[in-house]
Design a protein around this ligand. Sequence first.
Ligand code: ADP
Ligand code: MG
Length: 293
Amino acid sequence: ATPMGIMVGTGRGAQLGVLIKSVEVLERTRHISTVVFDKTGTLTRGAMTLTDVVLDSTEEATLLNFAGAVEADSEHPIGQAVAVGARERLGAALSASTDFRALAGHGVRANVDGTDVTVGRRKLMGEAGMRMSPSLEIAATELEAQGRTAVFAGWDGQVRGVLAVADTLKDEAADVVAQLHRMGLQVAMITGDNARTAGAIASQVGIDRVLAEVLPEEKQSEVARLQADGQVVAFVGDGVNDAPALVQADLGMAIGSGTDVAIESSDLTLMRGDLGGVVVAIALSRRTHRTIM
Ligand code: ADP
Ligand code: MG
């Protein structure tokens, strides 16, 4: 879908490619008090890579093949990173899997070579009735403290390994957060990721308000909660899961390289994916108020 609207500004706004759906949107932009950023694909590039593999009661080749084979059917950036990284480290093709199921916000499950394999967040392992050794638990905690996302892989009643994936912050992210703070705005980060990883990333980017372990269907209610507290909320997101929150927010800002659903649900699109557009739009709405409203 091609977003239709107005390119704002003649200077930096146009340069950064800030596209608004109507002039009325600028009026709402002017009143924003809190900016909520989605983490993955918005503050970060959303290009994850497999960085660490920690084993328990299995061989590395088995863990890589089982986890990689399950994730090969996943559309999640974590799944793609695990599948690609597993194939590279194995140096061989992965087994085929059957009965693949994606559990949104939790993980994935499939049958590989006759074994039911689950890959996902810590809580999913417990819910699947899998035991986890303290050493695996400690390894995961350490990886999370470094801002990596640890996912767990298990079968036959036991968690057999931790696979860590890492993403990188966009170059402009910390600057944009600092500028928003200087403009007197509150800045928050929202993510389905665990609190430790989210906290590490947030501190790298200068955000002190973190909403972590938020399930996809809960992002919208978190925005509504801030609004009930009297905040006028801008939500910046890229994903399919962000659409309800983008609609709920007083101002929805979509990343132009994000999903069509996010763009369609937003009031404003950052055409080049550059977060500087958030600052430009808010600054512009404050300035142009007198001239065009
Ligand atoms: P985000 O807000 O970062 O996009 P999600 O809500 O999509 O996060 O996922 C939340 C958590 O669920 C992830 O951090 C991960 O632990 C787990 N998860 C989701 N999809 C997968 C997957 N394909 N493989 C492993 N873990 C997954
Ligand atoms: Mg995202």
